[in-house]
Design a protein around this ligand. Structure first.
Ligand SMILES: Cc1cc2nc3c(=O)[nH]c(=O)nc-3n(C[C@H](O)[C@H](O)[C@H](O)COP(=O)(O)O)c2cc1C
Length: 283
């Protein structure tokens, strides 16, 4: 089996929120799916180790906030790489109480759904909860965030508790790596692809067709090498975020092309806020 095929499945990104004994919590999930229209039902796959799992089990209700493309990476880090057992995730977040009593994250959300659990399936590491929708509202007309946009444009990672996590950090570094033609110096940038020759933006060098040649000098793929030291990616040991100099960290004012060494000392991981010292060079 080729696990990369699973990366071709499309998802959105959501904050699933619930409550237990008056306490509230939420987590990032990419596994919200509408499964029927009448009645309107959705499923979510929630890791059994997550606090949110306990809360959904206890209350039998949950909400799903549909995240906006402009959600800061820090917020995804707060809800996707930390547990409500350690921090109050709703601190400083605009949350409203829904008709079911479930908390609903309103910040950086374009819409929300609220549901009562009407069934569940044990799928090993996760429970697949089936929820019948009690309420659904649109908050604004911003673009919803897709999983692909989160990965390709925002440079985001999956937590190991996400069902779609496939030890992908290493692959991700490779997926974004620029390759240079040793004959003419042309740089193949996966983010740009080679649209003139039918190669879509987001296509890693490794996925280029066998017959793809350098668009400048027609050298074949074997004449390409990975771009040198300055394009080395660095991985956060805490959350797996990969700093890619080709992208920089525009949210933090770091321009594309800034090497890891040139990042200011005070720069922090945009996902989990770990300092530079928690990063290691990817192999
Ligand atoms: C991009 C992304 C997608 C995720 N998708 C899921 C998911 O679908 N289901 C799940 O259980 N966890 C998913 N997670 C992981 C949880 O958000 C994470 O384990 C969280 O820390 C759990 O928090 P809690 O213990 O407060 O409930 C995802 C994380 C990220 C960053």
């Amino acid at each position: 089996m080729n696990p990369a095929a699973l990366f071709k499945v499309s998802y959105g990104l959501y904050i699933i929120s619930s409550l237990k004994d008056g306490k509230t919590n939420g987590q990032i999930a990419n596994t919200v799916n509408q499964v029927t229209a009448e009645p309107a039902q959705i499923t979510i796959a929630i890791n059994k180790l997550n606090l949110t799992h306990d809360y959904i089990r206890a209350s039998g209700v949950f909400s799903a906030s549909v995240l906006s493309q402009i959600v800061p990476m820090k917020m995804i880090g707060q809800f996707g790489f930390h547990s409500g057992r350690d921090i109050d995730k709703f601190d400083g977040i605009n949350v409203k109480t829904g008709l079911t009593g479930a908390p609903i994250v309103m910040d950086y959300s374009v819409a929300y759904l609220e549901a009562r659990v009407v069934g569940e399936l044990d799928v090993g590491t996760h429970t697949l909860f089936v929820g019948e929708i009690s309420d659904a509202q649109i908050i604004n007309d911003h673009e919803p965030l897709t999983y692909a946009y989160y990965h390709q444009i925002k440079g985001g990672k999956s937590s190991k508790n996400a069902p779609s996590y496939i030890k992908e950090e290493k692959q991700a570094g490779e997926r974004h790596r620029i390759h240079q033609c040793t004959i003419c110096g042309y740089m193949y940038d996966p983010e740009k692809g080679d649209p003139d020759h039918g190669i879509e933006p987001g296509t890693p060098f490794a996925d280029l067709p066998e017959n793809w040649d350098c668009p400048i000098c027609n050298a074949d793929r074997t004449k390409f090498i990975k771009k040198g030291e300055t394009s080395e990616t660095y991985k956060c040991k805490i959350c797996g975020y990969i700093y890619d100099p080709a992208k920089g960290d525009p949210d933090a004012g770091i321009a594309a092309g800034t090497s890891f060494d040139d990042l200011p000392d005070g720069w922090k991981c945009p996902v989990c806020q770990a300092p530079k010292t928690e990063f290691e060079k990817e192999r």
